[in-house]
Structure formats: C-alpha cells, structure tokens
Design a protein. Sequence first.
Length: 281
Amino acid sequence: MILNGIEVSAHIRSELKKEVSNLDSAGTRPLLATVLVGNDPASITYISNKHKACNEIGILTRDHKLDGNISQSDLINLVESLNDDSMVHGILIQLPLPRHIDEYTVINKISPRKDVDGLTVYNQGLLFAGRGELVPCTPKGIIEILRFYNIDVSGKDVVIVNRSNLVGKPLFLLFLGLDSTVTVCHSKTKNLVEKIKNADILVTAIGNRNVFTLTEDMIKKDTIVIDVGISRHMGKVIGDVDFESVSKKSSWITPVPGGVGPMTICMLLKNTLIATRLQLK
Ligand SMILES: NC(=O)c1ccc[n+]([C@@H]2O[C@H](COP(=O)([O-])OP(=O)(O)OC[C@H]3O[C@@H](n4cnc5c(N)ncnc54)[C@H](OP(=O)(O)O)[C@@H]3O)[C@@H](O)[C@H]2O)c1
C-alpha cells in the first residue's frame, strides 16, 4: 500500500490554511523569509516550491536572493536583521551554502524561535530533551505520514540509513521518543543488508544510486519502506528504492516523487505557524 504524501499533505495543508486564517483574523499574518545564496538550479526550484506552498495557504513570503560570493559577515548581518524584524516569523536558509561560508555558524545566528528548519543547536537540544517544537521538516513529515495511516511504531525495529543533522539524527530521536528500537546506519556501517533485513520500518536517505539501490531481496516481507533519497536519472527524479520490486514485498511504501517530498514542504508550513505562535507568546 502506498503512503501517499500528496494526499496526506493536502489534508494537513487544508487544516493549516484554517489556522492561518485564524491568525490573520487575530491581527497576525505569518511571514516566512527565505535566503538563497548563489544560483544552484535545484536550490532555486526548492525555494520556489516553498514560496508557492506558503502562498497557497496564505503565509506571506519574502525572498532574499544573494550573490554566491557574499561574505559570511554580510550573510550574518542579513540573518540578524531578519531576527530583529517583527514582521518576519520564520527564517529559512536554503542549504547547501557555498564552501567559503560555515553553515554551522550562520545557521546558529537564526533566532531559535524563527528557526523553521529546526537546525539551530537550541532546537536540536530541545529535541534531544524530548521537548522539540521546531523539529526538522523531513523527519517530522515521516512521522506525520505514518501517524496519518495509523501505523503504530511502538516496539518496532526501525533502521535508518542516514546520519545527517537534517534527516537521520533527528529522525532517530523522534522514533525513539515513540518507543521504537532504532538502528542508525551510514557509509561505514558493516553488514548493512543484514541490518536492513531486520527492519520492520526502513528509512533510506542516501541519494546516490551509484552506491546504493534498495532491492526486494534486501528486506523481509511486509517491511514498511520510507524512501527519502533523491537522485536524478535521465531527467527523472528517483529515490533510493527500486519501487517496482520492493513495493511487491513491502507492506507500505512511499513513492518518489509523491512521498516524503510533499510532506517535507507541508511541515515547513506547519513549522512557520509554530514559529508564529512562539513569537506571539
Ligand atoms: N524528499 C525530501 O524531502 C528530502 C529532504 C531532505 C533530504 N532528501 C534527500 O535525502 C538524501 C540525503 O540527504 P542528506 O542531506 O541527509 O545527505 P547527506 O548528508 O549526504 O547524507 C547521506 C547519508 O547517506 C549515507 N551513505 C552514503 N553512502 C552510503 C552507503 N553506500 N551505504 C550506507 N550509507 C551511505 C551517508 O553516510 P556518512 O554519514 O557516513 O557519509 C550519510 O549519512 C539526499 O538524496 C537528499 O536529496 C530528501
């Protein structure tokens, strides 16, 4: 069965639209400011999709497009001015940043209450303490889609193939908080397939088909498969999973496109509303 991110996100977005309208009636119009450095085509597409999604439910957006050669201190000045701007409720810096800029330093200049990607150490710390509010969008979207289909994760063996700050680490904490038993794998993991075979729920987020493709022989029957990876093949977007074969053996599976991607954008909208409420407190 398909975990349909398009359907689920449409459902959540209609709820969020009502919330935007309530905030608006009470005198606050949520606003997300995005910052794009350079002109990477994929990043431009991601930013434009995020703006479109915000505008569709009534969230205002402000687009800061900066030259790829901008200095780190000028970028930090912009972030600080957005922190101080009471019209701005959420700040999103599109990653990756050019090599001459230290992502960690810049991201941690974002006010934690405006950190809609949940990547500042403050928000990572809250998540670690089991009190996450602004949680990274992709992991949050994965938990939401499972929740939508009433899939109980308690006591389940979850295997995550990814250990990034954006996906694997926060997802580990979210599943752990829901009483799953979680194994986090990465490029140095020994006997990866053996670990994957043990999964009741498998999340794969590698994004490089040259090094990894999940095939049906790697999973046990009825595994729930969440495909986060994004690769491009002959002009098409594909995931880490050989969908054709794996979908015959899995119980539930996310397609690519149409699975985790729409949920990620939807959680950005949700986080922007959470950030707005945090600033109204
Ligand atoms: N659909 C969405 O909304 C969405 C959102 C975010 C990300 N993504 C996609 O998800 C993928 C991962 O994103 P990311 O930002 O987390 O990237 P990343 O930081 O490059 O993480 C990739 C992970 O895969 C692991 N890996 C690489 N080769 C491996 C191998 N042969 N065996 C096992 N593990 C291996 C890496 O291990 P090491 O840590 O050891 O290097 C790393 O943990 C990308 O394709 C990205 O486009 C999709």
